[in-house]
Design a binder for this molecule. Sequence first.
Ligand code: URA
Length: 186
Amino acid sequence: MHKEPVPLGEIEQQVRACHACPLADGRTQTVFGDGDPHARVMIIGEAPGKNEDLQGKPFVGAAGKYLNELLALANLEREQVFIANVLKCRPPSNRDPKPDEIQLCAPFLREQTRSIDPEVIVTLGNFATKFILKTDVGITHLHGQLQQAGKFKVLPVYHPAAALYDPKKRSALEQDFTLLGQILGD
Ligand code: URA
């Protein structure tokens, strides 16, 4: 028998109370994620940055502004999707997440995914892609190729922050979000 999904509000409280790793000591607040709790599309990023840590919401800085434009290419408004990160606390100086931090934080993202039960998961960049697909294949090879992970369709794409300053990645990312619109329209 499968357990019932944990309600999103309950997972959020658990995240707020979490002190499982030292990232808790450096945070202003946790960043649970936000959006439609019944979204067809769940977007998964890496970890909160400075602005996200201050505001308590994911993707509120420059990468977030660009993400909103990308969503529009898939005919989606930000309010229609749910956006979360692999890590719920900001790593110091925005360094990469460490494997033990990912492992300790992972149950929250797993429960969020079960609770939201989206049709498509879009993974932004290497950390989210490797986590969801349990693969070591990099995003350069996987981006734009629709995958299946259990019951979920997974579309790996470049991280918008990486694409902001690299025109080649930007055009690939924009194509991949256009593809997302097609997948949803089918
Ligand atoms: N980058 C991420 O991966 N997540 C955020 O929330 C902001 C920037």
